[in-house]
Design a protein around this ligand. Structure first.
Ligand code: IPM
Ligand code: MG
Length: 363
């Protein structure tokens, strides 16, 4: 019996989670694995119920499970709340509470979706990248941070905002290892993306990563500045195997990379700890409150996140592959949600495409 905590957030969260759970139920039947679900609120929903976006009870529920599946959090209606109560804060909080320092964001291009990519087919085709994003450090968590005041030379009081991009050697070492491990199961290349021409923290990142690379003699390590990487991703994405990067650069580059795959609605992610706390799985997209409840959201990113859970938390690679294969078949048969629809396809609702995927899950 595998205990899964389902973190219910905002916007389209319910719809995408219910799709992923239907898929997991089918996997349960086909592969004879039993799942037990506990539900806990997070983000704006939790604020509405408990007055806090990340209640202790939610953290406790997660800690008592084998894996966590998260919808998405955030809604414009919470934009005026003080920063510590905003839904996004809960996401950062749960990542920290579960010590999820390694975020794996695979960018896989389904051939069937090449026409949905704004890139030319021949550029996007066969791109296959694993973004390894550090998730519990960087400007997201660095101290000191805040908004204070200062006096200008001409005597005015003005506000000043600041965050600290900071990594220590231990933090770099452990994320570098994750990247090298990932590369050793792939095409054996790691590209560290940073801003070492300007930032001291990036220079340390290079130094430590180079040191760790000595333990992985069969892996080729290269370096790239983040501005160049942003360009290279759309010029020639096939050059990348594993991209290793810090929290903020990884956030930005993974959204960009999703365009290669055709839609933000396609990209899954796994967030991992040192193994002492459960891993968490979530789509990389947001909560899309504008399309909430319309049954049009693309559930594939969340379904693929559940597939990653099967592989990384439960060691069920076969079941994971069965989901990927089912998604591929559905796309090949022309079924599409609105975000990936092009002429000649069959337009599906969230429920319909979920059912089509479920029908295609077999051993
Ligand atoms: C992501 C998101 C989050 C992040 C936000 C919602 C806090 O953009 O998971 O990529 O910046 O990490
Ligand atoms: Mg992001």
């Amino acid at each position: 019996m595998k205990k899964i905590t389902v973190l219910q957030g905002d916007g389209v969260s319910d719809e995408i989670l219910s799709s992923a759970i239907k898929v997991l139920d089918k996997v349960s039947d086909v592969f004879d694995i039993k799942f037990n679900y506990s539900y806990a609120p997070i983000g704006g929903r939790a604020y509405g119920i408990e007055g806090h976006p990340l209640p202790n009870s939610t953290i406790e529920t997660c800690l008592n499970s084998d894996a966590v599946l998260l919808g998405a959090v955030g809604d414009w209606k919470y934009d005026t709340l003080e920063p510590s109560l905003r839904p996004e804060k809960a996401l950062l909080g749960i990542r920290k509470a579960l010590n999820l320092f390694a975020n794996l964001r695979p960018v896989t291009v389904f051939d069937e979706l090449l026409d949905s990519s704004p890139l030319k087919n021949e550029i996007a085709k066969d791109a296959d990248i694993m973004i390894v994003r550090e998730l519990t450090g960087d400007v997201y968590f660095g101290e000191p941070k805040g908004i204070s005041t200062k006096k200008t030379l001409d005597g005015r009081q003005i506000k000043v905002g600041y965050n600290n991009m900071i990594y220590d050697e231990d933090e770099i070492e452990r994320i570098a290892r994750v990247a090298f491990d990932a590369a050793s199961k792939r095409r054996k290349k790691v590209c560290l993306v940073d801003k070492a021409n300007v930032l001291d923290v990036s220079r340390l990142f290079r130094e430590v990563t180079t040191r760790v690379s000595k333990e992985f003699s069969d892996i080729e390590l290269s370096f790239m500045y983040v501005d160049n990487c942003a360009m290279q991703l759309v010029l020639n994405p096939r050059q990348f195997d594993v991209i290793l990067t810090g929290n903020i650069f990884g956030d930005i580059l993974s959204d960009e990379a999703s365009t290669i795959a055709g839609s933000l609605g396609m990209l899954a992610s796994a967030s991992m700890s040192d193994g002492k706390t459960p891993f968490m799985y979530e789509p990389i997209h947001g909560s899309a409150p504008d399309i909430k409840g319309k049954n049009i959201v693309n559930p594939i990113a969340t379904i693929l996140s559940a597939a990653m859970m099967l592989k990384y938390s439960f060691g069920q690679k076969e079941a994971c592959d069965a989901i990927y294969r089912a998604v591929k078949e559905v796309l090949k048969d022309g079924y599409r949600t609105k975000d990936i629809f092009s002429n000649g396809n069959i337009l599906c609702s969230t429920d319909e495409i979920t059912d089509k995927i479920i029908e295609r899950i077999y051993k």
